[in-house]
Design a protein around this ligand. Sequence first.
Ligand SMILES: NC(=O)c1ccc[n+]([C@@H]2O[C@H](COP(=O)([O-])OP(=O)(O)OC[C@H]3O[C@@H](n4cnc5c(N)ncnc54)[C@H](O)[C@@H]3O)[C@@H](O)[C@H]2O)c1
Length: 591
Amino acid sequence: MERPFPTVAVVGLGTMGAGVAVAVARSGRRVIGVEAGPTQAVRALARIEASTARAVARERLTAEERTALLALIEVGDDLAAAAQADLVIEEVPEDLELKRGLFAELDRICPPETVLATGTTALSVTRIAAATARPERVLGVHFFNPVHSMKLVEVVRTVLTSPQAAEQVAELARDLGKEPVAAGDRAGFIANGLLFAYLNQAAAMFESRYATREDIDAAMRLGCGLPMGPLALLDLIGVDTARTVLEAMYEQSKDRLHAPAPILGQLVAAGLLGRKSGRGFYAYEAPGSSTPVAEEAAAAEARPVGREVRSVGVCGSGTMATGIVEVLAKAGLPVLLAARSPEKAERAKDRLAKSLERSVAKGRLTEQARDAALALVAPTGDYRDLADVDLVVEAVAEDLAVKRELFTALDGIVKPGAVLATTTSSLPVISCATATSRPQDVVGMHFFNPAPAMKLVEVVSTVLTAEDVTATVLELCAKVRKHPVECGDRAGFIVNALLFPYLNDAVRMLEEHYATVDDIDTAMKLGCGYPMGPFELLDVVGLDVSLTIEKVLHQEFREPGLAAAPLLEHLVAAGCLGRKTGRGFRDHARR
Ligand SMILES: NC(=O)c1ccc[n+]([C@@H]2O[C@H](COP(=O)([O-])OP(=O)(O)OC[C@H]3O[C@@H](n4cnc5c(N)ncnc54)[C@H](O)[C@@H]3O)[C@@H](O)[C@H]2O)c1
């Protein structure tokens, strides 16, 4: 294809427009920048000069490249100059009437073949296009901030946009070194559509005091590998902006999960907009600062001292049990590895030895440390050997009947005062607790897979858990170098309750043919910095496991938006369970 759009006009050279102008000029194209008035034009040019100077200082650009690039950019305040452009990209503030007025004017000024693109985040591209007499040449081009480093560009087609116009804009994006994905005209498009629903749930979770802001943020960073926690991200985006995007999403979807959490409105009304105003979910050192200040109240809160833990028992012989034994033994704790038979326990210990061996081979563990850890692990096929341990971690099959039976057995065996912890990820901890005569000693300790690598542990207290039992587990986490977060005993705890509705939304987006598997995965990785796209993650976790968790969440909260997407049910029914069966959302066998 011929190089599209040799001359590009950028209208509005603020945060986004200035970045877009530089990116376009870097590709060797002429850029006509238009600002609202002469003062704004001077400021905009200064901004572009400063940002490119910074790029030179950081060696992202050579001085020669900068000179060449600046020579291609002209900035003025006369919209008529846009008539010389092949493509106009609008990046003025997010205001429908402002944008519609601008497009009507551009439509009058520009030759009929000029393509007009809006940079809107959450306004209707269709309504902006309707202000012109050329809706087939109007589309959305959604860059991400900061433009120089974010690779994603969503190319948004309305029902009237011509495929050629969209393909040419996608080609331009590729030419700028970006990765374009195709999206339809829906508030939030792909990346923000999935992101903001999740941010909203995190805000609601905080608002209901289910967990602290620090714990919600740490849980999503450490449990899912996200670059930032959701509340810190809301502060960065701006609570007001987030609320506006959610309002637009709710307006279209009427999904209660998109209705902005009341706390967002309260923060906006109080002027607590996030980093830019120095306070939002967190308080910052100053407006614009990224350094939060610790609040004293939480730190000073008195907590009882935990019970002493000198030895630990782990029940189970699967992936989680073996991983947890490794974590405990590496931290110097004697561990009884208790399985249903001596053979199973021995085999689990062999797997542990292999795992430690791999760590030695990778240089992460010394041979002495490996030998010391192995020496601390005693396999047994008899739960009665757990009589004298101070704490038991149960990691057997995710089946309530099986777990309850085990807890009843442990109740009859383990000494009084010992802590009994379950690693369940989707069953109520209280149901394990009530299978014993000492529910105050039972607590949830939700490790993540692979346990030796994942830093997070969700510490789940039921309404009956004694405070010193929770304290014991928090102290144990610190000792074994895990990061504990505290939460109550409800479905999904923190991580799964925020993660799985997002994954389900992605499946729904696919089901509605809004975007493709690849485009949705790309959008989340490049637009939000997620380590994996939702479909990659679903295929790794397993579609059956995901469906079970989604059903548990829906059953708990009865929120219509949480009902598992039919497509997920169909794939599970068809035996497409993800990587483990060779096929899920993608065909892995053929790769
Ligand atoms: N900031 C982000 O993170 C981000 C990310 C993606 C998309 N967007 C979208 O990009 C668009 C621009 O947002 P921004 O953050 O760059 O805003 P901004 O406030 O930083 O910049 C807007 C610029 O437009 C100028 N302007 C206002 N009226 C004008 C007019 N009539 N003609 C020419 N220029 C005019 C202003 O002087 C200002 O320089 C919005 O639609 C926004 O939703 C923003």
